[in-house]
Write a protein that binds this ligand. Structure first.
Ligand code: CTP
Length: 399
């Protein structure tokens, strides 16, 4: 699970710092790449030479090198990481992390790190039990960090109690469990529509929209990674996907998307309708290119396309889950709830075009989920893959 993972190991000034050496060895044995960031106090307990030899990489401690002035970029380091592990984490480092006191390289790296962060506290039992430490840990938890609780046992003070840093083997187990793929969608079959549809005007022109397909492709990847068999029906997009559990079907028009989706729907456990299907198509399609000279004014008469979501909602069997999307510009929740009811969806994913970083062509999205019971959940701005995980988590709860 840790093979190829980039791990920042933060080491702070605790007697348990010697365990960092074992941790590095175990992580490297599992195939991870480790870069160590150490606090000034950490260097009093274990030498950078030991850590750099074991990790095969320079140990970072200062903002820049005194020797040649090279700048150590905590931002680059934060972006490189798949995870950051702070082990051992002292009460002081925990306090600084909880309050953004960025006075050393470890804290600035933590603040720049977008990857999940694991914290393994190590301190005396009374320090650990103190409400200050407990509140700081609670705060760090509320920011989404993972705390690896210390074990009970003999401490450096010769007292016995809770405060011993968890053993390296167990810390590695926690990381492995975190990175092991969830397989909760095994035996499920899911159809996903994605991208725009193109409605032909003539052989060279069409009516389309800005949908990139990124959200639908992210959903397909997450569902397949979690064990589902996926049929991805996509309009014209520039996305590629290569996964043994994903069958991609390319279509162009809303009519084609309708036919394929309706055909597979009886065989699936869920449909996620992420496509931006054109609501209208030209009533007449010219077989030849419409010439500029043919008229002074060109009027296109449009007729409505069939609504795939509503058609599936009408034939949905018990046990089948139907998920729709709504991209709104105003009165968002009201319009989305109306669509949820009209199309007989189980839940609807709402994007607001008023939110920065949400909507077409972005790599990020900010969604709310409204379910058929009227429960509304708001999510933060996230990468589309993480948004897809939130949507799939919701889907999984319905099974
Ligand atoms: N949808 C669909 N088939 C259509 C139109 C929409 O399956 N012909 C699905 C979309 O994939 C989405 C949901 O229905 O999951 C809502 O799409 P949207 O375009 O927001 O809804 P409309 O009913 O077309 O309403 P609007 O008037 O806002 O366009």
């Amino acid at each position: 699970m840790l093979d190829g993972k980039n791990i920042i190991l933060g080491v702070t000034g605790s007697i348990a710092a010697y365990k960092a050496a074992y941790l590095i060895r175990l992580l490297i044995k599992k195939g991870a790449k480790v870069k160590v960031v150490i606090t000034p106090a950490g260097k009093e307990f274990i030498t950078p030479l030991t850590l750099s030899t074991l990790s095969n990489a320079p140990v970072i401690s200062d903002f820049f090198s005194n020797r040649d002035g090279t700048w150590n970029s905590h931002v680059d380091l934060g972006l490189w990481a798949d995870t950051m592990l702070i082990a051992p984490a002292t009460a002081s480092t925990i306090g600084k992390m909880a309050n953004g006191i960025a006075d050393n390289m470890l804290i600035t790296t933590y603040l720049s790190c977008k990857a999940p962060v694991f914290i393994a506290p190590a301190m005396d039992l009374d320090m650990f039990a103190h409400p200050t430490t407990q509140q700081n840990l609670e705060r760090l938890r509320s920011f989404g960090n993972h705390i690896i609780e210390p074990a009970e046992g003999e401490l450096a003070s010769h007292l016995t109690g809770k405060g011993r840093m968890e053993e390296p083997e167990n810390i590695v187990r926690v990381l492995e469990a975190f990175f092991s793929p969830k397989e909760d969608l095994q035996k499920k079959k899911i159809v996903i529509t994605a991208g725009p549809t193109y409605e032909k005007i003539d052989p060279v022109r069409f009516i389309g929209n800005y949908s990139s397909g990124k959200m639908g492709f992210a959903l397909a990847k997450v569902c397949a990674d979690r064990g589902a068999e996926v049929v991805l029906i996509t309009g014209p997009v520039n996305q590629t996907i290569d996964h043994p559990k994903i069958k991609r079907v390319d279509v162009e028009s809303a009519d084609q998307m309708y036919e394929v989706t309706m055909n597979v729907f009886p065989t699936v456990d869920a449909a996620i309708l992420c496509a931006a299907v054109a609501d209208f198509k030209p009533a007449v399609r010219s077989d030849e290119k419409i010439k500029r000279e043919s008229s002074n004014e060109l009027c296109l008469r449009l007729t409505p396309n069939r609504d795939i979501a509503a058609s599936l909602g009408a034939i949905k069997k018990s046990g089948q889950v139907l998920v729709g999307f709504a991209l709104e510009t105003n009165d968002e929740e009201r319009h989305a709830t109306d669509k949820l009811r009209r199309k007989n969806l189980d839940f609807i994913v709402l994007n607001s075009l008023r939110e920065q970083g949400a909507g077409f062509r972005c790599d990020t999205n900010k969604i709310s989920i409204i379910d058929k019971f009227g429960v509304v959940t708001h999510f933060d701005l996230k990468q589309k893959l993480d948004v897809a995980s939130d949507i799939v988590d919701k889907l999984a709860t319905l099974w």
